[in-house]
Design a protein around this ligand. Sequence first.
Ligand SMILES: C[S@@+](CC[C@H](N)C(=O)[O-])C[C@H]1O[C@@H](n2cnc3c(N)ncnc32)[C@H](O)[C@@H]1O
Length: 217
Amino acid sequence: MRLKHVPGAEEAVADSPFVIGDETTHKGQWRAVFPEADPQAELYAELGCGKGQFLVQLAEAHPERLYLGVEMYSSVLLRAVEKQEEKNLPNLRFLRMDATYLTDVFAPGELSGIYCNFSDPWPKDRHAKRRLTSRQFLARYEQVLAPGAEVVFKTDNQGLFDFSLEEAEAAGWAVTHVTRDLHADAEAVKDNVMTEYEQKFAAEGVPICRLIMHPEH
Ligand SMILES: C[S@@+](CC[C@H](N)C(=O)[O-])C[C@H]1O[C@@H](n2cnc3c(N)ncnc32)[C@H](O)[C@@H]1O
């Protein structure tokens, strides 16, 4: 995706109380980052959360759950932080980091679920391992997900969707839900929360693919 330089974004993100710095120090204790939370609350992460629309809506809809938005770029994350500044949701925080390092940041079994929404496709074969649904990423997710916890992946990109299904099979994951036109499926779309990218593609009539999968622990 094209990145706009936003002057001051890095400092604003680093200084925000909604962005958790020194993320490796919370490994195994992420629930304590949310002072009002039930220590047993479910904890979900969206990887590549972009401007945060999805997580803000989800956190509002499920105040009993905890949400972490992981985003690599301050210029994008700043928009998510600004949304959260308006809402001040107690169950939503952000991490400015590369999801590649997920296992340095989360303890085994610490996450109740992972969302990957409209992840970058990395079209060149030699970059396949950077795709958030590559077998390399699935191996990382397997380490940090609780038993039975799922990865939910949405994309407009059919090639990336095919690749993700192949990677799930190669990794021995169970795929429990597949649709290539989420918005045409009344049952599947019922609880769907739209992301910024999804809203744009759906408005253009582009079908949205979704799969749900989990490691066979
Ligand atoms: C195409 S955008 C989608 C944003 C949002 N999820 C949506 O659906 O509207 C993908 C986002 O993922 C972020 N991203 C890509 N690879 C990442 C990684 N390895 N770790 C963290 N963020 C990543 C990008 O910076 C970008 O903001």
